[in-house]
Ligand binder design. Structure first.
Ligand code: WTA
Length: 651
């Protein structure tokens, strides 16, 4: 089915000064990559990265899907992000931090250099952290988090950030899987002016046996927290006598930089591994191309550093290119929905990057708020994490951007390291809700999984990337087989297994790509990726739960909400539904965190299953959406269960 969408051309004045100025330039770059893939990437790698030793080979695919980029090259990512800017940007703000309570701190590149070096010395001297060690970071949005990341990079340690909203159990799982020897945390942080505690969660996560030897605590809000002597140390104390010079470890291009756990279609999250050179190259290039940040610009990404967006587009990308990146501790709707716009006005922000779910909330809570502020500094508005719906897009474009800014709908994933399909703000005519075209160098194609052929216009196919790219995932930590099976098992093109994102997508008549959503059992709640199997595993820990199936359901603000069908063990029905729902959400909170709480719970008499016992999730999704069942249910083990569920859910 073809669809007609409005087209918005780039602002001419902006385009004239953009790095990629028009579609001809875009096409020339993409043609270059198609014709001479290694030449294209080799040339950018040479130009953009400050190498300690040059690479000798661009791409080694001999053990595909295990690939090597820029073999022989040596570098240090903290040098790329900090040291190399000292000559020209010493006094430029690297990070502008705004605290929850409005406290503002500008950290220059020189300050950043000193802080990262001191932090690196601390980890090395006091904790004995060396190259290859895993360090878990469970931190709020404060500058010390960026220092910690870059300090790990400086000494060759592999960081694994766990989002501060995850529970002690979720933190424990990730610590154990990575066999981390150090945890870096804070006593807490401020959210809506109230203390938000982190250290107590770490204490629970480390109860019993643990690979963790030392815990470093940044004292942010000076709340009283328990202290285990011999294990817990104060950052504020230890940092005092550290030298601000720490030699950077010389790393191989393919040495791991970090792990980031993300949800897949099974219960256990995957430790996505990113390596040094390829990741930082693409982080920097996409910052330059997609946000088109200029030397005196101020850029703000509202993500949390616990997700990939925070890694690539708050810390690594902006700092690699020498930009000024804003870091915000608080909640964007506090004290009211004008907060982000006040920040844009106060800091004269030029590029603003957020998730559609945040746009929907800001729109709902403060439709007229943007008009009360001077937003004339804005040039580029970005979205990420989920498809953006037309009303949210329209408001963002007209009210926030004054119909004058490009909206870059950036499509990518934890595994892709950086953007893969996105408009270029000075070149690409945009259509609301459409991620548009592959970025230069990225061979993104929508394929028919059955034939491996490129999908026809209007047909939904599988969003694939048919050639390795520098910032791609290098492995699933500790599980080679899972890496191959999860990403290279579903689609073959010309008999070669290609990377499959897990998303469906379709082309329109202009060849533009619209992402249609996940094809697997992963849902997207407020832009956070959640495996339904993970939520099910948590719910199953309730003693009275016999069976459970979790599906996504469209949600006005969150994009998708979590809908659980639960079959209880006792046949006498539910004694007290309210109490039972509380108990189940209590378990989810303990096992995963508040981000996975269910929006709807239905105590079902049974689940629709095939005769071989497979739960028919498609039927459950249809019922949750309130739609009519059109598929054939006669082959179900017990077809009557469908009518019962329909009656319960939709009356
Ligand atoms: C979804 C976030 C539509 C998609 C960077 C992907 C999107 C998952 C978009 C990755 C977009 C991300 N339009 N859907 N612009 N961007 N997604 O790993 O389903 O947290 O697979 O990375 O978010 O989520 P992740």
């Amino acid at each position: 089915m073809s669809e007609v969408k409005q087209i918005f051309k780039p602002n001419r004045e902006f385009a004239a000064n953009a790095r990629i100025k028009n579609m001809c330039e875009y096409q020339a770059l993409q043609d270059w990559a198609i014709e001479d893939y290694e030449g294209f990437w080799g040339s950018y790698a040479k130009e953009k990265i400050t190498w300690a030793e040059p690479f000798t080979n661009v791409l080694d695919e001999s053990s595909a899907p295990f690939v090597k980029w820029f073999d022989g090259g040596k570098l240090n990512v903290s040098v790329q992000c900090v040291d190399r800017h000292l000559e020209t940007r010493k006094n430029k703000a690297a990070i502008i931090f705004e605290g929850d309570r409005g406290d503002v701190q500008a950290i220059t590149y020189l300050d950043l250099f000193k802080n990262v070096n001191r932090f690196a010395n601390l980890l090395k001297e006091d904790f004995g952290v060396t190259k290859g060690d895993r360090v878990v970071i469970y931190m709020p949005m404060i500058p010390e988090t960026a220092y910690a990341m870059l300090a790990c990079a400086r000494i060759g340690a592999i960081h694994s950030i766990v989002f501060g909203g995850f529970s002690a159990e979720a933190l424990r799982d990730r610590i154990e899987d990575a066999e981390a020897k150090v945890v870096i945390t804070a006593d807490g942080s401020f959210r809506k002016t109230k203390p938000y505690m982190l250290k107590p969660v770490v204490d629970v996560a480390l109860e019993g046996e643990t690979p963790v030897e030392k815990v470093l605590v940044v004292e942010r809000n000076n709340e009283d927290v328990a202290w285990k002597s011999g294990r817990d140390y104060s950052y504020n104390e230890l940092i005092k006598d550290k030298s601000s010079q720490c030699e950077a470890e010389i790393m191989d291009a393919e040495d791991p930089l970090f792990l980031l756990y993300t949800s897949g279609s099974t219960g256990k999250p995957k430790g996505v591994q990113h390596n040094s050179a390829g990741y930082i190259l693409w982080a920097q290039m996409t910052m330059e191309w997609v946000f088109d940040v200029k030397e005196n610009d101020t850029y703000w990404c509202t993500a949390d550093v616990g997700w990939i967006t925070g890694h690539t587009y708050i810390v690594y990308g902006p700092l690699a290119m020498g930009a000024t990146t804003v870091m915000f501790e608080g909640v964007i709707t506090f004290p009211d929905a004008g907060r982000p716009w006040a920040m844009v006005e106060n800091h004269r922000i030029n590029q603003f990057y957020t998730a559609p779910t945040a746009i929907r909330v800001l729109h709902k809570m403060g439709e007229d708020a943007p008009a009360k502020y001077d937003l004339s500094s804005l040039k580029v508005l970005g979205t990420v994490g989920e498809p953006i719906d037309p009303p949210a897009w329209k408001w963002y474009y007209e009210e926030v951007g004054n119909s004058n800014c490009a909206i870059v709908d950036t499509y990518w994933q934890t595994e892709t390291g950086g953007h893969v399909v996105s408009p270029l703000p000075g070149a690409t005519p945009i259509k609301p809700g459409c991620a548009t075209l592959p970025l230069p160098g990225i061979m993104a194609e929508i394929l028919d999984p059955a034939t491996g052929e490129v999908s026809e216009v209007g047909e939904t196919g599988y969003m694939c990337i048919t050639k390795p790219w520098p910032a791609q995932i290098r492995g699933v930590w500790g599980d080679e087989e899972r890496y191959v099976k999860s990403y290279f098992g579903d689609v073959k093109k010309d008999d070669k297994a290609v990377y499959f994102t897990g998303d469906g997508a379709r082309y329109d008549e202009d060849g533009y790509i619209t992402i249609t959503g996940r094809t697997d059992d992963v849902i997207n709640v407020s832009g956070h990726r959640m495996g339904t199997a993970e939520v099910e595993a948590a719910i199953k820990k309730h003693a009275n739960v016999a069976e459970v199936a979790v599906v996504g359901k469209p949600h006005e603000l969150k994009g998708e909400g979590i809908f659980a069908y639960i079959v209880l063990k006792s046949d006498d029905g539910v004694a007290d539904e309210v109490e039972e729902v509380k108990a189940i959400n209590g378990i989810i909170k303990k096992e995963i965190g508040n981000i996975a709480l269910c929006d709807d719970i239905v105590f079902a008499p049974g689940l629709p299953k095939t005769r071989s016992g497979k739960i028919m999730r498609r039927i459950l999704r249809t019922i949750a959406k309130g739609e009519k069942i059109t598929q054939d249910i006669s082959t179900l083990e017990d077809p009557t269960v469908v009518a019962k569920l329909e009656e319960m859910v939709n009356g």
